[in-house]
Design a protein around this ligand. Sequence first.
Ligand code: FAD
Length: 374
Amino acid sequence: MAIVIVGAGLAGGTAATELRERGYEGEVVLLGEEEHPPYERPPLSKGYLLGNDELDGAFVHARDWYAEHDVDLRTGVQATALDTDAHVLSTTDGDLTYERLLLATGAEPRRLAFAEDAGIEVAYLRTIEDSDRLKAAFGEGKRIAVVGAGWIGLEVAAAARAAGSDVTVFETAELPLLRVLGPTVARVFADLHREHGVDLRLGAAVSLDDLAGADLVVAGIGVSPRVDLARNGGLAVDDGVLVDAGLRTSVPSVLAVGDIASQAHPVLGRRIRVEHWDTAINQAKTAAHNLAGGDEVYDTLPYFFTDQYDLGMEYVGHAGADDEVVVHGDLDAKTFRAFWIRDDRVVAAMHANDWDATDALREAVATGELPEAP
Ligand code: FAD
């Protein structure tokens, strides 16, 4: 019987790769509802959207790789129901019996319902097709309204500005990324976008009037994990599919990874669900080992990166907006290291434009100790 992977995204594609690289010789089926083989999404809001990079680099492998490695890749197929007692997955292409199942169904953008209900066409950014649509709409003098100043909204704003568009960003919080970074560091991103000509409107809900004159409205107001299959199949779910330290769901023959997995993290000591590229890859590797009969624990700390204009940053750990922040370096020059502290321990760290910092940041979060200012 097969190992079946539902969701041919980054996590699903990585899991299939890892199974073969670790020498697993049994049947592997990888199914996904998109027509593409697995691909990475970060370029869709960065190099590809900017027109700097080709799409080729985004694919986990060229399509041929799957057949060459005896991975049964089925694209354009949706999993519709799960019976964990019978080990049967129903799909739009018939039923599949599995020995072990990996759920990697990812997340989908939250809809800007009030605008859609009023007949405004709203664009989102999750897929290659979405990115193509945005790229085609950007251009000199085009009026782009971005709703939400989170990572996706800000990256879209940066790409639209680079294409010469007039960009307005609407955000209900007082600063972009406030919930993730807290006020001290979030202010850097507000300054960055204003310096690049974005009309950043903070602290108020967007209205239909605000959107009326835009050539394109893009919403980046967060994503929802795609947990319906798991929930309807009787697995334990809260804001994600509940998994243990080894990424097993409430039914041990079913594992879950990536954006949908709400994991009891063994190092952080609490349950977290992480919507990051690095987590999708590394959880998939651990899960592949466990699907093949291993017993690994996933204990990697969350890691995230972004590029906007000339600011590149990396972030390790998991902090809240209320945690104390200590900055080494120069916030105004946008070259610094920041450390978030809770209960006298460093719980997260980031750098901006300081690419030698990565190891020191990881160590600070792993040990909890604040390093000396360099
Ligand atoms: P996904 O990549 O969403 O893949 C899930 C796949 O499952 C999808 O193809 C979906 O169609 C399919 N699927 C869902 N349900 C079913 C079903 N029932 N049957 C069949 N198939 C199904 N993270 C970072 O760390 N840094 C970044 O800079 C960054 N940039 C990003 C930019 C964009 C535009 C986006 C959208 C995301 C970005 N992310 C970034 C987040 C990162 O891409 C995600 O965390 C990652 O893609 C999660 O991988 P996944 O495999 O869990 O889910």
